[in-house]
Design a protein around this ligand. Structure first.
Ligand code: SF4
Length: 470
């Protein structure tokens, strides 16, 4: 599904490189490959060993960085960020990396995820005299680091991380060091690679493929990596790690060519489609997927059901970003601008339409209507994830519960609203089985909270009302 139409958006991607003469240029390519994780703003900070220098701006990577701008970012190490801003959290000052200067040196921070106790911490810090420049969670970490009282940066960072709750993949850079930290649940993906002798880190492995880097391993939940000219060091900053990687990374967010915690995303989505076919066998003539993120699942469904996969919907790739608008009316118009049914494929056919999720239901209704107007005799909607009933507090911009159609409506009620001949969601067990497990327990190392309401961390719902995000 098209992210900007669905109302379900990833919030940020991070990229870092240590020890390469073209650090800024490589960061540019890495961030470009992570653009799907955030389109509202981007930035790169470099170090030449003596000082940090950065550029950031609102817009896409290609809009913010010209060739000259990249050339001016001289240095052999860099961290970068792509950001999706939510209501109340936009604006230039919140675009990352955030750069802080103090008598003790400079610090740049890039964050993917969302802290659930940021407001509590912020109130405490303000009570102690801290002044915040942004409404972003990320700044909280900078204040905690500077106030920790330890002399070594590593200890300052470990102490600060121990106070955070929620989802975070952090890149922290000083003039002479880069630190990489993943929250104790590993809610967001983060991988380590090598480009020659240079260390690279990225939210997704597709960034490594683009720059020709070799994947080394995934960063572990609760791990702190310290990278400098002497090499790499790994430490655990907590013993209470318990993997709960966001299941939606497989369903929807990550790129199909990325491997998330060792599992290829396209393959995982195909498995979701296959599992759906066993849970929802339907008599039909063709299977189609909503481009782009549902195509892999549709192929899997078609293979398992023995029904031909056809391109029943195409995406118009040349619609400008001006169509990315928050209001419902523009969102509905946007569906028509961005997707078209292929009449020659669906006319006179019973169509199975595979989509990855339903958030508000508006887009699904539009697509079902389009397919019927194009001559489909039946439209059966199958969804490669369970109903999203609960909001996400970990950096995914799901709507509030009131806007989630499945929060208070049954599957049959949703079917009626979207006008489908049948509607099936994947079961929670089916999702875990298809994607593969990692760890023990009911959730097998996955966060499934938006489906089940069982959050892997404490949550502070009152905090989230501000719309403050990474
Ligand atoms: S609540 Fe849902 S979207 Fe948020 S991290 Fe968990 S699985 Fe992912």
């Amino acid at each position: 599904m098209l992210a900007e139409l669905k109302g379900l958006n990833e919030e940020c991607g991070v990229f870092g490189i240590w020890g390469h003469e073209n650090a800024a240029q490589i960061a540019y390519y890495g961030l470009h490959s992570l653009q799907h994780r955030g389109q509202e703003g981007t930035g790169i900070v470099v170090t030449d060993g003596r000082q940090l220098k950065g550029k950031k701006g609102e817009g896409l990577v290609t809009e913010v960085f010209s060739k000259n701008a990249i050339q001016e970012l001289e240095g052999n190490s860099a961290i970068g960020h792509v950001r999706y801003a939510t209501a109340g959290g936009g604006g230039y000052e919140n675009v990352q990396p955030l750069l802080f200067n103090s008598q003790n040196g400079s610090l740049a921070l890039a964050h993917n995820g969302n802290l659930v106790n940021a407001n509590n911490l912020k109130h405490q810090l303000e009570g102690q005299g801290s002044i915040f420049q942004t409404s972003s969670d990320t700044e909280v970490l900078a204040h905690l680091i500077r106030r920790s009282g330890f002399s070594q940066l590593k200890d300052q960072v470990k102490n600060a991380l121990s106070m955070l709750k929620g989802a975070y993949a952090f890149l922290i850079m000083t003039e002479t060091e880069m630190m990489v930290a993943l929250d104790p649940h590993g809610l967001r993906p983060l991988s380590l690679g090598l480009l020659g002798d240079a260390y690279v880190v990225a939210s997704e492995t597709c960034a490594f493929d683009i720059i020709g880097a070799e994947f080394v391993r995934d960063v572990l939940p609760g791990e702190l990596l310290i990278i400098n000219d002497d090499g790499i060091q790994s430490e655990m900053f907590t013993i209470n790690s318990n993997t709960a990687l966001c299941a939606m990374e497989y369903v929807y967010f990550s790129r199909p060519d990325s491997n998330v915690n060792g599992i290829n995303v396209h393959t995982a989505r195909k498995s979701l489609g296959k599992q759906l076919a066993t849970e929802a066998p339907i008599k039909a003539d063709v299977v189609t997927g909503v481009p782009d993120s549902s195509i892999s699942a549709a192929i899997g469904y078609a293979e398992a059901a023995g029904i031909p996969y056809e391109m029943g919907l195409i995406k118009n790739r040349y619609v400008g970003r001006t169509f990315i608008q928050p209001s419902q009316s523009l969102r509905e118009q946007g569906v028509k601008m961005k997707l078209s049914p292929v009449r020659g494929v669906v006319e006179g056919k019973r169509v199975i339409m595979v989509d990855d999720s339903i958030v508000r239901g508006t887009t699904s209704r539009r697509i079902v209507t389009m397919l019927k107007e194009a001559g489909a005799t039946e439209v059966h909607v199958v969804i490669s994830s369970p109903p999203i009933k609960n909001p996400c507090f970990y950096g995914i911009d799901t709507s509030s519960s009131e806007e989630l159609i499945a929060s208070d409506k049954s599957v049959e009620q949703i079917r009626e609203i979207i006008g489908a001949d049948s509607l099936t969601f994947l079961s929670v067990d089916g999702l875990v089985k298809a994607v593969g497990s990692e760890g023990e327990g009911e959730t097998k190392g996955r966060c499934l909270a938006c489906f089940t309401g069982k959050y892997p961390t404490e949550i502070y719902p009152e905090e989230m009302a501000t719309g403050r995000k990474c």
